[in-house]
Design a protein around this ligand. Sequence first.
Ligand SMILES: [Fe+2]
Length: 399
Amino acid sequence: MSELDDLKVYGESDVGWCELTLPNETVDDTGHPFVQETGFSAADPRVPKRRVYDDPAVCALREHLRAHNGIRGLEILEPREIERAARIFFRDGFVVVRDVLNTHELARWRDASARALKQILQIPGVNGRKYLTESYRLPHRYSYGTSSASRHLLHDPVWASMIDLPTTTPILTRLFGGPDYHVLGAGGDLCLPGAIEYQALHSDGDREHFQMPPLRAERARRLGVEPRLRGGIEEQPARTLQLAVERTPPVITINFLMTDMTWENGPIRQIPGTQMRPGAAPDPTDEPEWMRLSTLVGAPAGAAIFRDTRAWHGGTPNLSREIRAMPNVEYMAPWYQEERGFRPAMPYEIWAGLSPHAQRISMLTRLPKGVWPAGAGVMHPLANERRAAKASGGKLPPD
Ligand SMILES: [Fe+2]
């Protein structure tokens, strides 16, 4: 029996911990392994030397994490605490809210997450490795979004059904200053047991927008940002501008937790208050230990993390025997149009079955009737294979 036969993204699993997949090893577009020294998939200089559950260095790291991992006093909110969620989100650049998914939604998304992951993992690795690593990512870490040849999973009815929930829409409406925001995409990420590397701290995409077009300024005013006047003259224009940029994130991503985040299973790390930092996050050789331990331990399955994607964050080691999956939905501000890389990804037929609010916020990502998003349905770790699937046209591939 294969470890993939009854794959689940919660509870103990035999998946992961492939010793033949060397520490820090990523692959290029074609699957050729190499180690990247800088950037998003930069090598972790402090990684244990072997990807083995009982390796002494892995055990030492596990004990360190057991004692120290997690933000002290992490606030975990109820969905009804909308104002408090906004205060924390604008302060820290993220906020954790529990019970966002009900039992039925959590079960559906767990099943769908396992189904999509199985497609990725069933492609055999090379030279004895259990799996193919995703192009330009660290081993045992995958993105549901970028693994899809269409770049998103909005063609999947389960992902699409989560874009408008009674627990998330009121908070999003508050954070964006109104209900007229847009769906940007959907995907998420996961790490397998044995993802022993820290992923470099980063912001998602090129989100450091300091321009203030009129629509953004208007939105900031609606969110309560007003110039301080003295004698009719603005007192501190730089302060007003900073506050306006801070309160108007271009993109908010909601990550949904399929498992409890424990000290051991690769909880996401978030560095509070970094959503407005124009400089780059420290690279792995410079990152202080307190940042490596600044993780969301304690956030329970069914919770959501609302993230200003500008805030520094990164993956952490999964030294457990449990897959840590976090599917997501990404939203953009009404004034913001992503110039690079935004492609409609939701089939009309999926759109037609959504709630009225979900339909309104998905208009930009909706495709014309009968058009299938190119590549949708193909999940593959290698960039070249995804390109080929996409180039083969907008047809649904055979199952
Ligand atoms: Fe990220």
